[in-house]
Each structure stands twice: as C-alpha cells, then as structure tokens.
Design a protein. Structure first.
Length: 386
C-alpha cells in the first residue's frame, strides 16, 4: 500500500464552528466579564454536572492545577499510592504537594492500579490513593474503596481520559473522595485548556473553590493560601459549544472503533481491549497491545506505520517510575512493577477522532496486516489494491 499523502495523527481536536464561537465571544465582550466565575463559567459548571452525573463540580484552567488542588484540599501528606503507568502529571502533583509517590503495579487486563498491590504496600505513612482510569477504563473502585475505608485513606481519581465513562449508569466522577477530569485540546471534550474536580460533598466543593481562587472568601477576607486555578469565560464558552456537539463526536468515534475491531480481529499478536459489561466507553483512545506473536516489536510497528504517514503514540512510555526524578524510589524498581514494565513495551494508540474517515481506518488496518505479513515472510494482498 502507498503511504497517506498527509499525516494521519493520533488525534485531532474537535473544533467548534467559528460562527458559534464569535457569537459566544460577542456575549462575553458585551458583559465585559472575562473571568472570576462569569455567566459562561456558571452555565458550563451546571451542564458538566449533569453530563457527568455528579453532585458537585468545580471548573479549573487545566487538569494539572485541578489535581494539585485536589491533593491539597484533602490534606494528604507523607506517602500516596499511585500507578507508574500514567501521564507525568499524576506523580508530579504529589511531589508538588511534598508527597512521596509510592508506585504500585497494574492489573494485567485493565492496566489500572492493582488493588492487591495497594494493600501490600500500605504503611503508617500512607495517607491516600491516587488511581488513574487509564484510557477511560475504570479502576477497581470497589476494592480500592474497601482498602481505603479499612485503613482510613483518602481516594483521588485521575479521570483525564474518562469523560463520559460510567459504571452501570453511575458517572465515574461519583466515586472516591475527588475525581479530576482534563479538558485539554487532545481530549474528547475540551475547553482548549481546562479541567474540573468532582465530589459528593458540598463543603469540600466550597473548600476547593477557595483554594483555586487564592483562598479569597470576599473583598475583606482571605482564609487560606490558595492558587489561581480559575477557568476563564472564553474557555467556558468553547466548552458550552463543544458540549452541544459531543454526542455526534461520540457516535463517530464509536463507528471508528467498531471498524478497527472488525478489521484487526484475528491478527496474531494484536490484542484489543474489551470493557467489562456495564461500563460506558469514554471513546478517548483506541489502544492495542502488540505482543511477540506479531513478529515485530511495538516500537518496530510504530516506525513502520510512520513510513505510511500513520502517526501513533506509545501511551504511556516510559513508565513514570523510570523518570530520573523518581527512579531511585524503592517502589520504582522494575522488580516491583513486572506487569507495568512489560505492558509499557506493548501498548500503541491508533488514530481516533471524529473527522477520521472510515475508509482511512480500513486502510490503516490493511497496512497493519501488510506489516504483519512482511514480518513473517508472507505475501499479503490488500483488498484495496486488488
């Protein structure tokens, strides 16, 4: 097969119609209220609360600041359990709160933090768990909460990939003490940059809102050391528009994923994730695992796909525990993380965004089949070439 004329990237942002954007901006200009919880902010916060099926929502300028505030608001200290298989922001927010991340291995099937490894690593210094719903796949929220209750630990979830994920109809942000959602431009739902914290406690929501606004209660009172984490009105306006289009985007992404599944099934060494019954897909990423049966390593497949102008990503490589700032931690040893150390060499995110044409998805699948055939000394005849 011939390479694509233009690169097929792993993702593209959902861009709202410029006429809709201009209309929203005109309203902002007329109000002359650009930030500090204006009308767009308030509307978006309420709409997000409904969409995510949660009790409380606090919007932020980005997900990392939101997660830093989440840790701060719960008073976590000393050591917090987390996963090495995640974006750098996850352990970084712990260090920014002067907390030592304790890395626990991941589950073979979900790639989320293994609850059994959490329990074995708990010490007198452990104050909480920071789990990650990797690729929108939920952590084992039931087991984690059981351990947390038994050991009096707080639970925070990084749900950067999990916008719209539900378990038996319950929004994923309703579990644990606090959940964070990222609204970065690469996400299914975005506000250019942005994020949110969700919780079930109105008093905790009030505390979070103080922390994200310098600890200011009113014109005359500052109650605590806070930070500037507020979402501005233009971010909120983009979010309001994108929310109106999100179901269309979801539908397109579902069709793309179905096309991948149909065309990649049965290829030796290509393993596709399957969500458990009752879990709603967030449609954030389409991820495969490439094992030795394929005939090439994951890295070799990625390089071969790049020759065809198909750009993929090795989320999440390397492990956070391999970073120079964390690798000397006792919990960062590869002996402690056998599953994560193996999986990180296998996962590959394929292109997924609503504007991606199904015929291009089929072509990507045929390219993968051709790469497999060539790697195993076979001749592959593409349907598209016949």
């Amino acid at each position: 097969m011939k390479p694509f004329d233009d690169p097929i990237y792993v993702t593209r942002p959902m861009l709202p119609d410029l006429d809709d954007v201009n209309k929203e901006i005109q309203e902002i200009w007329q109000s002359q209220w650009l930030t500090n919880e204006g009308m767009k902010h308030k509307r978006l916060e309420e709409e997000i609360r409904k969409v995510l099926k949660v009790q409380e929502v606090s919007l932020f300028n980005n997900g990392t600041i939101a997660l830093i505030v989440a840790i701060q608001s719960l008073g976590l200290s000393c050591e917090v359990m987390t996963t090495p298989f995640t974006f750098p922001a996850t352990p970084h927010v712990l260090k920014w709160n002067n907390i030592t991340p304790v890395f626990c291995d991941i589950d073979e099937n979900t790639l989320t933090i293994d609850p059994e490894k959490i329990e074995k690593a708990i010490t007198a210094k452990t104050t909480g768990v920071l789990g990650v719903h990797v690729y929108g796949v939920p952590c084992d929220i039931k087991r984690i909460q059981e351990f947390a209750d038994h050991h009096n630990l707080k639970v925070v979830y990084d749900g950067a990939h999990a916008f719209g994920t539900e378990i038996n109809g319950v929004g994923i942000g309703a579990f644990g003490d606090i959940s964070m959602f990222s609204f970065h431009a690469t996400k299914l739902f975005h506000t250019l940059e942005g994020g949110a914290l969700t919780c079930n406690d109105p008093s905790l929501k009030s505390h979070i809102d103080l922390l994200k606004n310098f600890g200011i209660k009113n014109e005359d009172e500052v109650l605590m050391p806070g930070i500037n984490g507020k979402m501005n009105e233009i971010q909120a306006a983009i979010g309001l528009i994108n929310l109106r289009n999100i179901e269309t985007e979801r539908s397109k992404r579902k069709n793309i994923i179905d096309t991948y599944r149909k065309n990649l099934v049965g290829i030796p060494g290509i393993n596709i994730f399957n969500l458990d019954e009752g879990i709603t897909n967030s449609y954030q990423y389409f991820v495969i695992r490439i094992t030795r049966e394929f005939g090439l390593s994951r890295d070799e497949v990625q390089l071969e796909l790049k020759k065809y102008n198909v750009i993929t990503r090795k989320y999440f490589y390397p492990l956070c525990s391999d970073y120079s700032c964390y690798r000397n931690l006792p919990s960062a040893s590869r002996e402690n993380l056998p599953v994560a150390s193996r999986v990180v060499k296998e996962v590959l995110c394929l292109p997924l965004y609503g504007a991606l044409k199904l015929v291009d998805v089929e072509s990507i699948c045929h390219i993968i089949k051709e790469i497999h055939a060539n790697a195993n000394g076979k001749r592959y005849y593409s349907i598209l070439q016949s």
